[in-house]
Design a protein around this ligand. Structure first.
Ligand code: SAM
Length: 207
């Protein structure tokens, strides 16, 4: 990847990304600087929303698509004590392993069935992960399957993902089926300097 190429342009252009893990492997060293320079807000917003849903800050939390660890660091700063990170980009995971916020870091592809083992997680986070080139709507159910009744999953649906009704339709079906309650849903900044927003949604598992 040349210095002038910005992977964000590809991620916000339908059909431009064919190999997501390789895109992140190539981006890993620049990822945090690139996102921070445009005001990356989603990780802090998700951590705050999850802490508001569970003021007891019950752990452990599973950080699905943890990347280099920005979401884990935000969860840790919000007060969650035990966090495990999962991702399929070895480049991103290598940097996450240098962070102090994770109990364990594991390589896995979230689009595959049973990608994450049952480790008694209380809550799940998917920050920047629900996207047509990343993880499908069904990843929400996979995350919920790891949690007990009362556990929460927090995630972003950014402007690009919101163009695809599959994600919001899937959530509506989960609510209709009585599987989850919507604890909070707020549209706000994601990458403010690029004028990109995201919904941060917290769902609580009913059964
Ligand atoms: C936008 S980054 C977000 C990283 C981190 N959560 C954050 O807040 O900075 C998306 C991450 O999801 C990972 N990812 C995307 N699709 C995945 C999949 N199917 N399985 C595992 N990880 C995936 C990517 O490798 C990348 O690290």
């Amino acid at each position: 990847m040349s210095d002038s190429e910005n992977p964000l342009d590809a991620l916000y252009t339908e059909g431009a990304v064919t190999d997501t893990a390789t895109l992140y492997d190539d981006w890993a060293e620049r990822y945090e600087a690139d996102l921070k320079s445009i005001g990356y807000a989603a990780a802090d917003r998700c951590a705050a929303a999850l802490a508001a849903a569970d003021p007891g800050l019950t752990s452990p939390v599973v950080d699905l698509g943890c990347g280099t660890g920005l979401s884990g660091e935000a969860l840790r700063a919000a007060g969650f004590a035990e966090i495990d990170g999962y991702d399929f980009s070895e480049g991103m995971l290598a940097l996450a392993r240098t962070k102090k916020c994770y109990r364990q870091i594991i390589s896995t592809d979230l689009s595959q069935p049973n990608a994450v083992p049952d480790k008694g997680y209380r809550h799940a986070a998917m920050v920047g992960v629900l996207h047509h080139t990343h993880a499908p709507p069904e990843a929400i159910s996979s995350a919920l399957s790891l949690l007990p009744a009362g556990g929460c999953v927090v995630f972003t649906l950014n402007d690009e993902t919101l163009r695809f009704p599959e994600y919001t339709d899937y959530i509506a079906d989960l609510v209709k089926a009585g599987t989850v309650d919507i604890v909070s849903e707020e549209y706000g900044p994601h990458l403010p300097a690029r004028n990109v927003g995201a919904k941060v949604i917290v769902l609580r598992k009913r059964r």
